[in-house]
Design a protein around this ligand. Structure first.
Ligand code: XMP
Length: 228
């Protein structure tokens, strides 16, 4: 079972056909794709739909538009993607429930889309604020019981702690971890700490040899999962 979620965030002047070619190269090794704002901004709805179509036979077609707004605006952002084949949506947990995540989750639930909440972030600045309010953010997860959460590979102790805390309350969520490769964490390190998937972008899509990069990481993942 694949454990790589491919983050599709174009940089520079790469074209949509080249992105599609690179995704095709690694498709057999990925559990899904995570589509970010850089793709939407560069290639619009048609570009995003092309990537959704390409990935629709994978398990996870994730929209990551960094949602952190009032419910009507988040709903309006996701509305054009209902029925396209995307099946998971990332939003920030810190924005809280009433007027934001509560109504948003009701909306996406009604269309069978699954919610993934960002609990902690992978960059160093996450320790400025987010880490200090981790318990409060986890309260939001406990109340909303989303399908998944984002917890950084760069801080494996947070993956372990959050997982333990949620499991002690019988809350079983999928854990998605970014921060592998360019941001410093080693492939497999998040899985080792208890994550279900590693979100990986540049070190696969922008590798001189995406196929080799993906297959190498997949081999590390397979080995780890076999030993679990
Ligand atoms: P790279 O190229 O660094 O891409 O492998 C990482 C991908 O993951 C996203 N990212 C995050 N998303 N919380 C999030 O919700 C985080 O802490 C975080 N860190 C990285 C980033 O947008 C890119 O798509």
């Amino acid at each position: 079972m694949a454990r790589i979620i491919l983050a599709v965030d174009p940089y520079g002047d790469i074209g949509i056909d080249e992105i599609i070619a690179r995704i095709n190269m690694v498709k057999e090794y990925i559990a899904g794709v995570k589509i970010g704002l850089p793709l939407l901004i560069r290639f619009g709805l048609p570009g995003v739909k092309k990537i959704i179509d390409l990935a629709r036979d994978t398990e996870h077609v994730i929209l990551d538009f960094k949602l952190a707004d009032i419910a009507p605006v988040m709903i309006s952002t996701i509305e054009p993607f209902v029925g396209t084949g995307a099946n998971e949506v990332i939003a920030h947990a810190f924005i809280g429930l009433d007027g934001a995540l509560k109504e948003f989750k009701e909306y996406i639930d009604s269309y069978g889309l699954k919610l993934i909440l960002v609990v902690s972030m992978s960059h160093p600045g996450s320790t400025d604020i987010m880490e200090h309010v981790l318990d409060k953010i986890i309260n939001v997860v406990e109340k909303l019981e989303p399908y998944g959460i984002v917890v950084p590979a760069t801080r494996p102790h947070i993956i372990q702690n959050v997982k333990k805390k949620l499991l002690s309350k019988n809350i079983d969520v999928k854990i998605y971890s970014p921060g592998i490769g360019v941001q410093g964490a080693k492939p497999g390190s998040a899985l080792k700490a208890g994550a279900d998937y590693e979100i990986i972008g540049r070190s696969i899509l922008y590798s001189p040899n995406p196929l080799e990069a993906a297959s190498l990481i997949a081999r590390i993942h397979d080995e780890l999962v076999r030993r679990r």
